[in-house]
Design a protein around this ligand. Structure first.
Ligand code: FMN
Length: 333
């Protein structure tokens, strides 16, 4: 989780008995190395890192992962087979996140050791298949361990996913809504207030299928027509002083294309270039109404901010109760 799964949250997660993943996909190579070092200074427990091959300086991040003997890597856009081979030769576990069956099959072919399947309930960029359906179909088609993600918050969810055949659960939103999460208090409050039906998917924010809290700002983007989206993207580019690759000529060309009802490529690429700054506005600067809040729908049924230790202890307690209930059912049958 970009700007959320920072060293303090990852270390607290691993220290509490889970396995944290450090968000490096939104970091430059030097910052990524510093974040790894900081996490290592806060925990001696294992943790993994998340990155993707299209980010600037990805090669240097891969080298740092190898040098620092990170335990596991998570990615959505796969590294090349050479890199996967290098990770595996060093015993680094490759656990990509996938949102569709065909990506799960491909990831296994490319050498993944395990998979995280993220159902459409999950936060951030997400697919269209609900977690239970994706989990069932992926389990039928792959032979590697599968971790279920998208919509989990407690021990009953863990028990249910194990009963389904998963080997565990991964949670993003639930950990974002903890004491150790670096997200500013005002933004955490906005997550607590959000209802399940206000956390929806739009493609208009950055051109990809993105699940976010529909605050005023995102609602406006989602309702936009080609011309208003273009105007919003330009205003936003100006406001956040982001440098886009689109020249004045490109913008004019796009504007006339849109007048004729053509595609939104330039607007969407301007929006996409601005999206990190817009997300940071909420997640780092603490202005939830002016920024974007990626979120799983599960935020709609989370109403507290425990510490990571309280959360993990509670999950294990609930899991043991669920396991005992399974045992009772087994004894009766
Ligand atoms: C704020 C936020 C940011 C996220 N950023 C990333 C990311 O940078 N890379 C990634 O692979 N997944 C990202 N995700 C998805 C999570 O890693 C995880 O798969 C997802 O949150 C699971 O669903 P849940 O939110 O229902 O727990 C993000 C999720 C959230 C809520």
């Amino acid at each position: 989780m970009g700007w959320v799964a920072m060293p303090q949250l990852v270390a607290a997660t691993s220290n509490a008995g889970a396995f944290g993943f450090l968000a490096l996909a939104t970091a430059g190579p030097q910052e990524a190395i510093e974040m790894i070092d900081e996490t290592m200074s806060l925990t001696n427990k294992p943790f993994g890192v998340n990155f993707h091959m299209f980010q600037p300086g990805a090669d240097k991040i891969v080298q740092a992962i190898l040098d620092k003997k990170i335990k596991a890597v998570s990615y959505s856009r796969s590294p090349t087979p050479d890199y996967i081979k290098a990770f595996k030769e060093q015993g680094i576990i490759c656990i990509p996140t996938v949102g569709a069956l065909k990506h799960a099959i491909k990831a296994e072919q490319l050498g993944a050791d395990a998979l995280v399947i993220q159902g459409s309930e999950g936060g951030g960029h997400t697919g269209s298949t609900p977690t239970t359906l994706l989990l069932s179909s992926v389990l039928e088609h792959v032979d590697i361990p599968v971790v279920a993600a998208g919509g989990f918050r407690d021990g009953s969810g863990l028990a249910a996913s194990l009963a389904w055949g998963a080997c565990g659960i991964a949670m993003g939103t639930r950990f974002m809504m903890t004491q150790e999460s670096p997200v500013p208090g005002k933004t955490k409050k906005a997550y607590i207030s959000a209802e399940v039906d206000e956390i929806k998917i739009t493609k208009k924010f950055d051109g990809l299928s993105h699940r976010l809290i529909f605050n005023k700002y995102i609602k406006k983007i989602d309702r936009s027509n080609p011309i208003s989206l273009f105007l919003m993207s330009v205003t936003s580019a100006w406001k956040y002083k982001q440098i886009t690759k689109a020249s004045f000529g490109d913008l004019l060309k796009s504007f006339f294309a849109m007048l004729k009802g053509d595609d939104l490529t330039i607007s969407q690429s301007i929006m996409s270039a601005n999206s990190p700054a817009i997300i940071q506005k909420a997640m780092v600067e603490g202005s939830p109404n002016e920024g974007a809040m990626p979120s799983g729908q599960v935020a709609g049924i989370i109403k507290n901010l425990p510490s990571c230790k309280e959360l993990i202890d509670q999950i294990m307690e609930e899991f043991c109760i669920a396991a005992k209930n399974f045992k009772k059912i087994e004894e009766k049958s």
